[in-house]
Design a binder for this molecule. Sequence first.
Ligand SMILES: Nc1ncnc2c1ncn2[C@@H]1O[C@H](COP(=O)(O)OP(=O)(O)O)[C@@H](O)[C@H]1O
Ligand SMILES: [Mg+2]
Length: 307
Amino acid sequence: MSGVGLVAVGALKGSPGVTTAALALAAVWPAGAADAGPLLVEADPSGGDVAGWYGLLGYPGLLAWAAAARGGAAAVDAHVWALAGGVGLVAAPVEAGSARGAVAVLAQTGSVPWAASGRLVVADCGRLDPGSVALPIAGAAGVLVVLARPVPAELARVAGRVEELTGAGRRDCVLVLAGEPEWSAGRVEEAVGLPVVGVIPHHPRAAAGVAGGRFGRGARRSQLLRAAADIAADLDRRLAGRRGGSSRALAALPSAAPLPAVPPGSLPRAGGRLPVVPGATFTISRPGGQAAASGWVPTTPDREGWQ
Ligand SMILES: Nc1ncnc2c1ncn2[C@@H]1O[C@H](COP(=O)(O)OP(=O)(O)O)[C@@H](O)[C@H]1O
Ligand SMILES: [Mg+2]
């Protein structure tokens, strides 16, 4: 069965277009046997961008999911915003403190791989820094995608962490290049030690189209979305192959520091106030698009834990 599993996307440094690539992959993922459409989970501890792109700044997605997961892994369905084109979105809050706390809870409880047991989930893990709270999510992925610009320093940086990224060869970790390389894919693979599954071309207009949710037939003819479709098809085969093949357990990426305690006040208490942008409206939608809850958030987040 294709169309099911967890793909994590991240970068080691800079901002090479991880969120754009993750959203593009989810939008063009090949149709599979899963009932639910592909889901983008913005598990970026440094804060999300997608809520801003879609005018959903008050939408509690990841925060509400993490609040539900405080006692253990929680189902994602109630926290999904349905985007055009059949993609589900769980957006992170823009602010790093809240995002980091939410990602830590979801990572510690295994909620993201659980969500991917019946559908395709693309997790945007942001920067895969050694101490990132998103590393357990990246480590649990069926395929870990590292996005890097094809310049010597970036490729050397990835090469220096191949052992860790692949879990010493047990994890399927692949490279996607952000922009056309000066060298052949084969040479890059040889230098880095990871398979190159594609190139996301530098294309500001198409990238803006992805951020604007333009995934219609015309947009899909853009170089960027065609490249994303080829990459998604390759990743889907890898996920399907893994399910049918090896039963080896995948090691979690080691994290340099123990997972931090979730700062008080960074997550909503169940039934309590939502720490979202003051004055914003929010709507929680159910799969299928109908609103499950909506409202106005007049208060500032509870921040006493940060004093
Ligand atoms: N393939 C691309 N070509 C041109 N610009 C891009 C591309 N991908 C992303 N961008 C632009 O780069 C900026 C950062 O993109 P984003 O996806 O948020 O990166 P990251 O998640 O790595 O920080 C945005 O302005 C985005 O529109
Ligand atoms: Mg990003």
